[in-house]
Design a binder for this molecule. Sequence first.
Ligand code: AMP
Ligand code: MG
Length: 407
Amino acid sequence: MIPLEEAQAHVFAQITQLDVTSVELSEARSLFTAVPLKASASVPPFDNTAVDGYAVRSADLRRASLENPVVLHILGTLAAGELSDESVEPNTAIRIMTGAPIPMGADSVIMVEDTSRGPNDTVLAFKSTTAGANIRKAGSDIESGDVVFSSYTEITPAVLGSLASIGLKMVPVIRRPRVAVISTGSELTDEVPLPLGKIRDSNRPSLMAAIIEMGAEPVDYGPIPDDYEILKEVFVRASKECDAVVTSGGVSVGDFDYSKKVLEEISSNQMRWMQISIKPAKPFAFGMIGSKALFGLPGNPVSALVSFELFARPSIAMMMGNPNPFRTVTKASVEAGIKRSPDGKIHFLRSTVKFDQNGKLQCQLNDGQSSHMLNSLAHSNALAVVPDGTGIDKKGLVEVMLLSRVL
Ligand code: AMP
Ligand code: MG
């Protein structure tokens, strides 16, 4: 057995960032910027009103109060998207809607709530304003020429919107990886009804979903029977067509297994077949097929996903240029403690992590820790990382790797 860090270091040392390309903004979601992005326009592009109200001159309203409202003559109404052809002269106002450009002559906006309509196109102002009040200045969000995002920024929905606000059409990004997903095993079938002795392929759908979730593009190469010719054809094609290959099944010791033979052949004998001191997901294989990384995950569904989390996910994130390729690991308290026996392995235990009333993270182990029990992983949002030894005392702290939202 080798330590997890050694196996991870071996894998990550061979991962390289993909090349840079330019994509349409609508295609940039979850990718990472390849260069610092400069704004070629200001946002807002012009001074505009933050409220519905009246564009006024603060000088006119100096004495305005509830008891002594100032009466202004209304010159017109301005909606968002319109320009005024009039300018606000002394003792006049222009009715103005949120987002409309500030008309000439006005230096502030009084909220409609602080006014009331008078007779004959007049408005009574009950409050004074200061110059600039309720005005969103041009460039107050983004100044033209500013670097809005540095390189290696993840294009989240807000980043995407922010880039849209400056009118950016094409974004230089690190290319979206295409990741081949293969399941191996003659026991896997879609046949209905399920023939005795066969099982459904759960690894491929969940690995594909995990790949989509991280912003990469999965490519489905189906379940492949344990057949030398078919395995060879599929592995060769997948490693040609994709940037990385994630395969599950047939990597453990003692397997009577063609995928081992095929992978040895097509990687020119440089696959590394590892036994890692972790539980689940002890067996793991990694090698380069030409320039493409191949991740050989164990077949047991929980092991496959844990192995994906520890090796494939961070690697794919590195390929995408993600500067923080790892899941969040933090500490949570375990009321009941965790009992385990020393076996030389780190245990990754399926858990639910929640905030308690005091906002502190609490970790509770879930039932069913055997590596075929995918359903218990499906009911978990974290893996408790329990180092080798006798476990964690009652009310002690345990490291948790967050897989999804804390409840
Ligand atoms: P293997 O690693 O190929 O020896 O498989 C270990 C266990 O995982 C066996 O019980 C397999 O039937 C099961 N298994 C392998 N691949 C899959 C899959 N894609 N979906 C569900 N179970 C699988
Ligand atoms: Mg198998």
